[in-house]
Design a protein around this ligand. Sequence first.
Ligand code: AMP
Length: 276
Amino acid sequence: MKVFTKIKELQEYLADQKHPIGFVPTMGALHQGHLSLLEHSKKDNQTTVVSIFVNPVQFNDKNDFDKYPRLLDDDLNLLETYNCDVVFAPSVDEMYPEPPKESYDFGYLDKILEGAYRPGHFNGVAIVVNRLFHIVKPDRAYFGKKDYQQYIIIKELVKQQNLPIEIIAVPIVREASGLAMSSRNLRLGENELQVAPEIYKALTLAKNLSRNKSINEVKQAVIDHLRRFPDFRIEYVEIVNAENLKPINDWDEGNPIILIATWLGDVRLIDNMELF
Ligand code: AMP
């Protein structure tokens, strides 16, 4: 496994590597969710590049950025064990020699859900992903459905920028408890770890009730379930069309997906489930 911190050295190395190249962008503190993206890429491609970069410009909350887990040595060991080909782990200065000024407009897609609660977040994601795409020049890039809205926005980014990159969505990997794996779970305390799987239970409840109840009734049932646990502070529970994230009022209006964002202590958790 080759590890690079400099753009130029990475690019010189990749120039001689076999295509197709699969790319898995991450912020590190790797878990089985990230490794599932790696496995998908290894299966589909000749060369797989994983990037590890805690991207400051996508954090709208300084506390979240400061407390984001950074475990580079562990990550490199894990990636080596899983036969990753190439790792790119640049410094902030390498990615942003100057403060980045790019501005993206995803219209409706970045105004709702995460976009409404994390101003500037998706612009920051688009800045780093577009730069990484231009550096790595992958044929395919892999994104987890855990960050469902991000996946939709990256597909839109590739369309807007006309990039020859196939975007592949990978299913959410969960703990045995149902809790969606996330680097931020490392910040949950013992009590919070007991409560966190209730998010998955609430999503499963929604799936079981869908079609038999109205969309509003299902949303309310999910909110009622979460409210039984006072440690949650819900930001949103929404049921939308999975293709375009537009709200739906009827089960027949599109492929429905439920998305939840909630605080648990000082950790913000997101999760989602396709209902059909
Ligand atoms: P992150 O390091 O959190 O920025 O995530 C890097 C990539 O891994 C993103 O495409 C995420 O959607 C994906 N990912 C994170 N957690 C999971 C999970 N539990 N299951 C599947 N993919 C995930």
